[in-house]
Design a protein around this ligand. Sequence first.
Ligand code: MN
Length: 261
Amino acid sequence: MSESSVLAALVSGLRGGSIEVVDLTSPLSSSTPVIQLPPQFGQTAVFELEEISRYDDRGPAWYWNNFRSGEHTGTHFDAPNHWVTGKDLADVASVPARRLMAPAAVLDFTAEAAKNPDFLVEIDHVKAWETENGPLPDGGWLLLRTGWDTRSHSQEEFLNADENGPHTPGLSAECARWVAEDTPVIGLGVETVGTDAGAAHSFDPVFPCHSYLMGSDKYGLTQLRNLAALPPTGSVVIAGPLPIVTGSGAPARVLALVERS
Ligand code: MN
């Protein structure tokens, strides 16, 4: 590679530390929080390891496991076919690889979510962000920072549910429709258990982020962490869901490249 090559500059930046790799992924274990639907619906599995051998009679020199997991367990990618509105669109294995590396806009609503766990982002909030930071990135992600990652050690705190259901921040139905249909982003990334707000079961339409994003051939990323380490603009997200053939989503390792001056 020549010295002027973009990839050579990237490698040099990574080695020299001027480009930082931020891990946006929540570790996967049996205590990773999972979404809980009302009891009449099917439920997703928690992540479980099943040991095959560990340097023992079952395999004297090797350690390995089988695992069981929901497609939508932990930090994961929602494919368009996850929702009925996108049922004829891409499964997770069909998402083009070039769309798995994309710029990110990070919108910080940590203060609002701390005051009100049911805080909803409206179109005007995003427009105010754009006035300050420029337009949402064409072909990029809208990442919603809410501070919710600090609760991810506890299923109870993470879901934050009472007799009326979960209380977690997200987008209003109107904002979800606008992001899906009228902005150039490829998807929405959040720190919470799903892309929709906790109260979205009673929105019109129900679960509007899922409904509008998947129906618009867009994607979701959930249970992100460390968004506080990202600037409002200029980072690049690498999202790597497992290519489960016909799958509706998959656990994903999600990284961000951030340039440090
Ligand atoms: Mn999901």
